[in-house]
Design a protein around this ligand. Structure first.
Ligand code: ATP
Ligand code: MG
Length: 425
């Protein structure tokens, strides 16, 4: 019978890769805690309308990327394509937003039916942050500083650049949009195919176009920064000053617009040149109108999402993964004979007390040579060997596996201290 395979664009993350994922996730979690963010977990499936109403009907995601299906009741459900909508829905539903400040984060799978390629998948993972109830540029600065700190801790800061822009108020954007459409409509024949389609549906996305002719056309088009409202201009200037003061470098990119409808004022992306065309590893901005758009009371909000696959790829590409990440076992226990095997089971339990050591116990017998081969492959720093002689004398043989040193007999009751020396070496 033909074997069933995974769905295209949906990846298994194999045991040799998970240590890197765990390392990355632990680093992010530690940074998030140090800024006082709390985790929120929401379902993977939501009512389709949630995404239609938040992301916007004429975005790529809603038009062609969502996994939408009818459940057995005939309700239209969608696998979440991003985390912000669910986070707002949950926070609003449980009364977390009214007259409160919230600093939240989430992590998990997202689903988009895109063309799979390096750094772009149909199931992918994001970690995101949403800060509610704060309208000033100080919180924008905080979320950006948080990401900068994370890159620094991961050794990535030299490989990413921060692109920054402001989208102003919705009124300013509407005036700009009008003039941009007038300008481009008079030059339709010079637009690429995608941009031509967006002219009616989502003209701001044209600023994002990768087409050289379209980009050239935009040089002489109306410039958004001439339309900016005073409040947004001041917000942006203060944000830039805060980042300058904190020593976070950025590039103002007036063509950065983001794919989703709900952004206003600040938008930003962290971009790398190391991953080819899928270079955006983290993206976000302010979305003051979204809570109200979803039926809540008007609530200022700012957030971002980072793509875990792309950041893991970046860590691997740069070789920025500490060697200790791949060492998942400290001690391998081998034994010869039935009595020793029974004793080995107990020894392993002893060493695992208080999670002191990561112990892999050899099970299933076999020759000494084959057990030592497995010990070596486990990545453990030392092998402990128990035979009938050792058991009779209350001793254990310790064999260092990663350094050139003699094996030694150690009394069982002093084993833990000796082990610590080898493992931390
Ligand atoms: P892109 O321009 O690359 O399509 P996007 O603007 O659609 O990105 P967002 O919706 O802002 O991306 O998601 C935030 C981050 O999630 C991205 O910067 C990226 O790192 C990651 N991401 C988005 N889509 C995918 C995908 N299909 N596969 C892997 N990672 C993704
Ligand atoms: Mg996309």
């Amino acid at each position: 019978m033909a074997k069933i395979k995974a769905i295209r664009g949906m990846n298994d993350i194999l045991p040799e890769q998970t240590p890197v994922w765990q390392y990355f996730e632990q680093q992010v979690q530690a940074v998030l805690s140090s800024y006082g963010y709390s985790e929120i977990r929401t379902p993977i499936v939501e009512q389709t309308d949630l995404f239609k109403r938040s992301i916007g009907e004429v975005t790529d995601i809603v038009e062609k990327e969502m996994y939408t299906f009818e459940d057995r009741n005939g309700d239209s459900l969608t696998l979440r394509p991003e985390g912000t909508a669910s986070c707002v829905r949950a926070a609003e539903e449980h009364g977390l937003l009214y007259n409160q400040v919230q600093r939240l984060w989430y992590r998990g799978q997202m689903f988009r039916h895109e063309r799979p390629q390096k750094g772009r998948y149909r199931q992918f993972h994001q970690i995101g942050v949403e800060a509610f109830g704060m309208q000033g540029p100080d919180i924008d600065a905080e979320v950006i500083l948080l990401t900068a700190r994370l890159w620094r801790q991961l050794g990535l800061l030299d490989s990413v650049t921060l692109q920054l822009n402001t989208l102003g108020s919705s009124e300013a954007r509407a005036r700009f949009k009008h003039d941009l459409v007038v300008y481009l409509s008079e030059r339709k024949e010079q637009l690429d195919e995608d941009s031509l389609r967006r002219l009616d549906s989502n003209p701001l996305r044209i600023l994002d176009s990768k087409d050289a002719a379209t980009q050239a056309l935009l040089d002489d088009a109306p410039h958004f920064h001439d339309y900016l409202d005073d409040e947004s201009r001041e917000h942006f200037e203060t944000l830039k000053a805060l980042l300058d003061k904190a020593g976070v470098a950025y590039e103002v990119n007036p063509r950065l617009v983001r794919g989703l409808d709900y952004y206003c004022k600040t938008v930003f992306e962290w971009v790398t040149l190391e991953l080819g065309s899928q270079g955006t590893v983290c993206a976000g901005g302010r979305y003051d109108g979204l809570v109200e758009q979803l039926g809540g009371k008007s609530t200022p909000a700012v957030g971002f999402a980072m793509g875990i696959e792309r950041l893991v790829l970046l860590l691997e590409t740069l070789g920025a993964i500490p060697a200790s990440v791949h060492r998942t076992v400290d001690v391998y226990i081998a034994s010869m004979g039935d009595a020793a095997a029974a004793e080995a089971l107990l020894l392993a339990e002893e060493l695992r007390a208080d999670n002191a050591f990561r112990v892999q116990l050899h099970c299933g017998g076999g020759s000494f040579k084959s057990q030592m081969k497995k010990a070596d492959r486990s990545g453990a720093a030392v092998a402990l060997i128990l035979g009938d002689n050792e058991v009779a004398r209350g001793e254990v043989t310790l064999k260092p596996l990663r350094i050139d040193a003699e094996q030694q007999q150690l009394p069982r009751d002093r084993l833990a201290e000796s082990l610590a020396g080898f493992i931390n070496a």
